[in-house]
Design a protein around this ligand. Structure first.
Ligand code: FBP
Length: 344
């Protein structure tokens, strides 16, 4: 990292990168909301804000009190921004109009991993900014492939509060200076290692996976004695943001495949405000993000809360997983593995 850029504020970064002032202004408002969310989370047990509400979102999941509060904080912050035309969120059934003259459609997962709230685990806010389409309905403006995103990022609320963001040219990490309440640059030009020996998946779903995917995971677990001839470690935090941040920080593969459970035939995670922003960030770190056949960024969504399988992280491992899933004949697969082993 070029020391002269270290600890420069986000606003200084926007100027240095000549980011469109309207777009920069929207992100600045998102960050103000996220600082508010960080403060709210840190006091939530004291103020009795943990626990579930009696409401559920469009995916049928019970909404946490903080899911709704964080959504409100973001909405209140963005409703005054003339550049925001549309707003969509995991915690709202419908996308809404904000400012007719706005140029951007902004989608959110206000509090990702919210099941971690009650155990004081890491959670995050994920956002995606698209060019607003002059569409008949607000929802239509979000039905664009992820490759159209102008900006994508997440804020992780962990031991430190950090922003990971891309405007399509490289990925950057900022850390919240809690005293000054500003995000300062702590890492630029982030690169994810091409290969890894760490995978991240909820193993409790193994009985619901299809045979090919189960085979892939079994070979990771077989380690050195198996066809992969390498030992793998596993981690699962229960919050996509935290598991992806590990991948961004040291490589790895994050997996949430489709499975046979009710409503999970297309996976669990949502395409527009979870998978797409994460995919744009990873591609700009030299990593990859696929559903079980195509690059996630190439998919044109057909509805706002559409789900997608996610296979994301270190490119070599993502392709190996795809080879298993696409049921490459065992010969083709061992050829591929042999080739990739000789690659090292
Ligand atoms: P939300 O919390 O925003 O609904 O996100 C879904 C999520 O919590 C991801 O963050 C996480 O990766 C996954 O679901 C955990 O799923 P599971 O409980 O099946 O392990």
């Amino acid at each position: 990292m070029n020391d002269s850029n270290r600890n420069k504020t986000f606003s200084q970064f926007l100027l240095r990168k000549s980011i469109d002032p309207g777009l920069g202004g929207v992100v600045n408002d998102i960050l103000s909301a996220c600082i508010d969310i960080a403060n709210t989370l840190s006091k939530s047990p004291i103020e009795g804000l943990t626990g579930s509400s009696d409401k559920s979102n469009s995916s049928g999941e019970t909404q946490k009190t903080l899911d709704l509060l964080c959504n409100q904080i973001l909405r209140d912050q963005l409703r005054h921004n003339q550049s925001v035309k549309h707003f969509a969120s995991e915690e709202q059934n419908n996308a809404i109009n904000v400012n007719e003259s706005g140029a951007f459609s902004v989608a959110f997962d206000p509090l990702d991993g919210s099941t971690n709230i009650d155990i004081n685990g890491s959670v995050g806010t994920i956002f995606s900014i698209l060019p607003a389409l002059s569409s008949s309905s607000p929802e239509e403006s979000f039905l664009q492939p992820g490759s159209n995103q102008l900006c994508a990022g997440y804020v992780i609320y962990g031991p430190a509060t950090q922003l990971v963001i891309t405007f399509g040219k490289g990925t950057y990490i900022f850390t919240l200076d809690v005293e000054k309440e500003v995000f300062v640059l702590t890492e630029e030009g982030v690169r994810v290692p091409y290969e890894t020996s760490e995978f991240s998946i909820n193993m409790a779903n193994a009985r619901s996976w299809n045979k090919e995917f189960g085979n892939y995971i079994d070979h990771l677990l077989d380690g050195k004695c198996g066809p992969r001839q390498k030992n793998y470690n596993m981690r699962w935090s229960g919050a996509m943001v935290a598991d992806i941040h590990r991948v961004v920080s040291r490589g790895g593969i994050f997996l949430y495949p489709s499975d046979k459970r009710k409503g999970m035939q297309s996976g669990k995670l949502r395409l527009i405000y979870e998978a797409n922003p994460i995919a744009l960030i990873l591609y700009n770190c030299g990593a990859s993000a696929f559903n079980e056949s195509n690059s996630i960024l190439s998919v044109t969504p057909s509805r706002l809360h559409q789900r997608t399988p996610v296979i994301a992280g270190s490119t070599k491992e993502v392709y190996t997983c795809l080879n298993y899933i696409q049921d490459e004949s065992t010969e083709r697969l061992s050829e591929y593995l042999q080739a990739s082993l000789c690659h090292d």
